[in-house]
Design a protein around this ligand. Structure first.
Ligand code: ADP
Ligand code: MG
Length: 250
């Protein structure tokens, strides 16, 4: 798959990230760069820190050390405007976390209206536009539990997109779905990628990683141990740890 041209100045640049939970060091001097329009896929064993990294990038966790630059601004600075950062960096989790008592459309427009002061009519228009984009315009007035898991996850993706983020973080977004529903969500991510959305995706769907990634990053020992285009990482791993990881999948 052809890669989009990646500008010299990365959209996101994380340097020397360190994060420990008590005595357990999860991120140990991790570096990561994401160019505008790039799709970076994080792979690594369970507990290798993929979710922790995404949560740090979205400021859901504070790093103990290191720096995160978004479009040149240091968002790891304690004085950073967290709401502003979260409108630039959207995140979607394994669990959809939709509000069960709100309609699909209200779930999508809640943050723009409540947190980002977007006028209600404009939020509604943008929300509907995003529901069209994820193929759920006809479900706007329904409640989440009237939707399949795959549809609920697409609502969660629309909810993140409605803030017009520069970067989307996706953490194992198909892991809680029944196998027959995985395809519709992966298909949507493929579309977002071809629309040029910058994404960092943690996944254990290796065939998907291979298809969508511009760059695959293998997390091990709290760092990106190896990274490169998927054909290199999957077919010519350089480290024993990555070879072992890949061998254990088959
Ligand atoms: P992955 O997503 O790659 O499976 P995680 O980032 O979820 O890995 O977890 C990395 C390690 O950090 C795990 O050992 C996990 O138990 C630990 N961890 C993650 N979040 C917390 C937390 N809030 N408190 C304590 N330990 C945590
Ligand atoms: Mg995880």
């Amino acid at each position: 798959m052809s890669s989009p041209a990646i500008p010299a100045q990365p959209l996101l640049s994380a340097q020397g990230l360190r994060k420990a939970f008590g005595p357990q060091v999860v991120l140990d001097g991790l570096d990561l760069e994401v160019g505008a329009g790039e799709c970076v896929v994080l792979i690594g064993g369970s507990g290798s820190g993929k979710s922790t990294l995404l949560r740090c990038l979205n400021l859901l966790e504070t790093v103990d050390d290191g720096q995160i630059l978004l479009e040149g601004t240091d968002i790891s600075d304690p004085r950073a405007d967290v709401d502003a950062v979260r409108s630039r960096i959207g995140i979607v989790f394994q669990a959809f976390n939709l509000f069960p008592h709100l309609t699909v459309l209200d779930n999508v427009t809640l943050a723009p209206v409540r947190v980002h002061r977007v006028p209600r009519a404009e939020a509604r228009a943008r929300g509907l536009e995003m529901l069209v984009r994820v193929g759920l315009a006809d479900k706007a007035a329904m409640l989440p539990d009237q939707l399949s898991g795959g549809q609920q996850q697409r609502v969660a993706i629309a909810r993140a997109l409605v803030l017009r983020p520069a970067l989307m973080l996706l953490d194992e977004v198909t892991s809680s779905l029944d196998p027959e529903l995985v395809g519709e969500v992966l298909g949507l991510l493929r579309e977002l990628r071809s629309d040029g959305m910058t994404m960092v995706i943690a996944t254990h769907e290796m065939s998907f990683a291979r298809q969508v990634a511009d760059t695959v990053c293998f997390l091990s020992g709290g760092r990106v141990l190896e990274s490169g285009p998927p054909e290199q990482v999957f077919t010519a791993p350089r480290t024993e740890r990555l070879r072992d990881f890949l061998a254990a999948l088959t």
